[in-house]
Design a protein around this ligand. Structure first.
Ligand SMILES: [Zn+2]
Ligand SMILES: [Zn+2]
Length: 291
């Protein structure tokens, strides 16, 4: 935790245009430290033996679109996040209070369901409706996902041996069934990563995680000059597929100094999302759910 706290502070200095987002993360980190993970031993709602079977046949542990998550801690944590963030500069406090009122009136499960069904989009903006140079984005999906993170990451930890044993190689997460958020290249090949569950798994090096295309002529990538280089040493790039026009952000961990914290890397590379979208590519989607 302390190492990621240091990286967070370091990034805040290095990337002032992500200041608000990183300030939000600081508040989230503080709250995570205070509340702890909560007691979620054996939090898997189904039968363990069936769960292992599911994983082996390429099905995720949980499908939050079909089966709503009733996790008391998540709702409590969501309400704490909302009230904490009222103090962060640049956030619309009214929308936070509206969400709090909705969640308190038993709307939380429905909000979470909408999130996984892709009805609540994670939008990035160009900052044109904010006062400064800050990159803005829709805060509510971020907070919903954060509120469910302790639940999903404890599931991922609980089943880590089973997931490893199942040889999972799907483009979607073995735990929450959502499409991967980013790709990470390590010494042993390409991995996909789910930010919801903090879960990482192997995936083919040359295959589009959106449509499954393996034709190398249609797979490409671009990097960008962003103060991190944009050179061959730059660990950040965007992999695109010219067949389905999908993209995924990729971090080359071999070119990265220090600890790699995917959730922070995701924030400081939002300019890559904006660029990819401007070029007509679509992020492998929260808009359509994997099976
Ligand atoms: Zn997941
Ligand atoms: Zn594709």
């Amino acid at each position: 935790m302390d190492q990621s706290w240091n990286i967070l502070n370091d990034y805040k200095q290095k990337f002032p245009h992500y200041g608000t987002l990183l300030e939000i993360m600081k508040s989230v980190y503080r709250l995570r430290r205070e509340t702890g993970p909560g007691d979620r031993r054996n939090s898997y709602p189904g039968n363990r033996t069936e769960a292992v079977e599911r994983l082996r046949s390429g099905e995720s542990l949980v499908n939050p679109v079909k089966y709503p998550i009733a996790d008391f801690h998540s709702k409590e944590y969501f309400l704490s996040l909302l009230s904490l963030l009222e103090t962060v500069h640049g956030i619309d406090a009214n929308s936070l209070r509206r969400a709090a009122a909705m969640a308190a009136e038993n709307g939380y499960e429905e909000m979470a369901l909408d999130l996984f069904a892709g009805k609540v989009y994670e939008e990035t903006g160009d900052g044109s409706d904010s006062n400064g140079d800050d990159v803005v984005f829709n805060i509510m999906p971020f907070l919903l996902r954060e509120s469910l993170k302790p639940y999903f990451s404890s599931l991922a930890a609980e089943f880590s041996a089973e997931i490893a044993g199942a040889d999972w190689s799907q483009p979607f997460c073995p735990v929450c069934s959502q499409p991967a958020d980013m790709a990470i290249i390590r010494d042993d090949g390409r991995h996909l990563f789910c930010l919801q569950c903090d879960c990482e798994w192997h995936f083919k090096r040359l295959q589009c995680p959106v449509c499954g295309n393996t034709s190398t002529e249609e797979l490409a990538y671009f990097t960008v000059e962003n103060g991190n280089g944009g050179s061959d040493d730059d660990p950040y790039r965007v992999d695109v597929c010219h067949r389905c026009h999908g993209y995924i952000k990729t971090i080359d961990a071999r070119k990265k100094e220090g600890l790699l914290i995917p959730e922070l890397e995701n924030i400081i590379t939002i300019h890559l999302d904006l660029l990819a979208e401007a070029e007509g590519f679509q992020r492998i989607g929260r808009k359509t759910s994997a099976k």
